[in-house]
Design a binder for this molecule. Sequence first.
Ligand code: SF4
Length: 179
Amino acid sequence: MTASLDDTTLIAVAITVDPDLEVIFFDTGFHFTEILNTVRWAMERYSLNLTVLRPAGDAPDVWAHGSEACCAARKVDPLDAYLSRHADAWLSGLRRADSPERAETPIVSIDRRGLVKVNPIANMTDAEYDTYAAEHDVIVNTLTLDGYASIGCWPCTEPSSDGRAGRWGGSKTECGLHL
Ligand code: SF4
């Protein structure tokens, strides 16, 4: 399972089914301190079975090579390589309410890798998501309290109250993991 770590709602849902579920975190090299704090707190709270994927040392960066090459090297390629060796299926926290581009997100599908992809909270509305988070006292990334509705790497994330509008300065809407 991949998790964005804006909060731990998806983790809280998933570990009720399988406490040992493997959680994948992308250490892109460009995370906010608040994301790393959320990972640390999640490790302590949930005793996560965490796998950290890192890019090659000479991976392209967003300034010299642009966001497509940077996201590919630091997220998409590491996940593709890892899943091809270790998984028949994976979970993500995509929700239809995240953005117009995600409005048709299926609960279960076959992804471009030929793997089963499950989006267990795809049909959760924002209200249902917030209620679940409150009732289960999930860990919340403190940046969400500072106006970041969606949190990625610091070079590509601005505060926004409008879903994923603060990501990549509006130049794109997805990093490529879910295409
Ligand atoms: S979100 Fe930005 S910094 Fe992070 S991997 Fe993508 S382009 Fe690079």
